[in-house]
Design a protein around this ligand. Sequence first.
Ligand code: PEP
Ligand code: MN
Length: 631
Amino acid sequence: MIIILKQNINPRDKDYIQNFLENKGFAVREIVGDEETIFGAVGKISIDFREVEVLTGVSRVIPISKPYKLASRELKKENTIVHVGRVKIGGNRVAVIAGPCAVESREQIFKAAKAVRQSGAVMLRGGAFKPRTSPYSFQGMGEEGLKILKEAGESVGLPVVSEIVGTAHVDMMGEYVDVFQIGARNMQNFELLKAVGAKGMPVVLKRGLAATIEEWLMAAEYLMAHGSDNIILCERGIRTFETYTRNTLDLSAIPVIQQLSHLPIIVDPSHATGLRAKVSPMALAAIAAGADGLVVEVHPDPDNAMSDGPQSLYPEEFEKLMRDLQALSPVVGKEIEKIPASRPINVRTTDTAVTDKEKFIAFQGVRGAYSEKAIHSYFGDEVTASPKTEFRDVFESILKGDSAFGVIPIENSLAGTINENIDLLLSYPDISVVGEHKIRIVHNLIGLPGSSIDKISEVYSHPQGLAQCADFIDKHAGMKGIPFYDTAGAVAHIAEQKNAKHGAIAGEEAARVYGMEILIESIETNPRNYTKFFIITRTDRAKYENPNRAAFTFSTPDKAGALFSCLKVLADKGINMKKLESRPIHGKPWQYTFFLTVDIPENSTAFEEAVKGLLKYSEDIRVLGKYRVEN
Ligand code: PEP
Ligand code: MN
């Protein structure tokens, strides 16, 4: 049963309710949501739930009608987001796990790890214990395989997942893997489910070859009842009369699971089809149908793979699939999950030795702004986003030591460059760029709780927000856009006005921060709307190991071919330019400074040589920062 607690319940009453239930033989889980705190109580006994309803501090009691309780949507309305290190699975992300069917050798798994990481996978897979149909087939490398899988994952910064086939392996495997996989053949191996569940680590639970959705959720319930909350369901095809493909991929399981359960669901198109050429189409279909991610078999040399070669993608095919997923994800309101960019070496926000000020990251705007989202997706949740009125205040706050870093928008994919920030970087030599981070901008129509779209007549937002949602506003006669100084500020404004006719266009964070409701999600005309941010800090702290990107500026004399000569230096050194802008030089009418970002070739001194070369043709060359960007 679900016990919804009163909002102002005191801790003593809460403890009393918990003890009451536990004494009756229930296992009790506390679930703290945005709006309410609930207890989920599951057990073999049934009691008259009015006995619970009368306890002080209880608001309501709802029986759970499904045989699976902890896994059910009835128990928990919000989607579960499974955290594996810094990788998140669930919510509005598409997380891709990739790697070979089996770990075969050190060389093979290291090559696979590098390839899938480069293309954008967030976790490495590789079986070390292979449940094969024939006892004569390759059975896997066992513990030795796990050891090298872990090393390969560490070499590229990816967590690893591997299949467990027996209860005796739980503790041993727990030393090597970040996530256990329970394979299709073991989905109803209840002793294994109990033992893995008790370990409390994340689990990818594959659907059995002939399992109904309910049986599958009951298997998840076993894991959860024994102590693991972080379950990722994986649809991998079921046995049907069709023999052309290895299995029949049941894509309809995705929306069904999403209705019945709060757990994330991913899809394995490799085992589902068994045919390489069918893997990418079904992977895309799975994401289109709403899956939270994929598990894809990728092998550096599929033709010589020891298992499942015919269904394994070549690294180039995987790379292409990732690019297609990048284009598809925004259409279904999602973003490809990435390994958070490796941080500048002096960002140590989880280190207890750092001062509190190290945890403050400055941004321009009010709480709930897109910049705040960028801060948390780059630095994680442990930092404190510190709002400033002007962009200049972000720079000043870093110089004063009030904030360790700043996060400033530099370019929007639709609206272009934010020139003010380039100019500020030019005028603050003691501030440097130490990172770059891109987030997708999703605009929502936000209103007072209980309001609805047909009531809204005035919509407040930043002029850019209004312009980017022009089609939506035009379609709704009687809705008028009203410019406001920023998007999140517009939400704060309607929260203050308390007028059901007022709406705002902003990100979901703003709705949450000001207790407002999202009336319609993702109303932008063009969903391919991204903003790139620079991470800035004090120049004397800006150090980066192994940078692969640089931002710098220079100006040129007023003569023919001046810019051309500079760009030629870059071309001759094989340096790829990512961005080039010109900015007028203050006080020198009709003279310009050029602002560039470029790729620095890995392990090379080409950039340093280019800077030397540029000195010959340009004036005032200044490197604003060298840093690392991830795929
Ligand atoms: C695997 O992922 O390697 C595997 C054996 O999958 P399944 O259990 O889905 O057959
Ligand atoms: Mn396989």
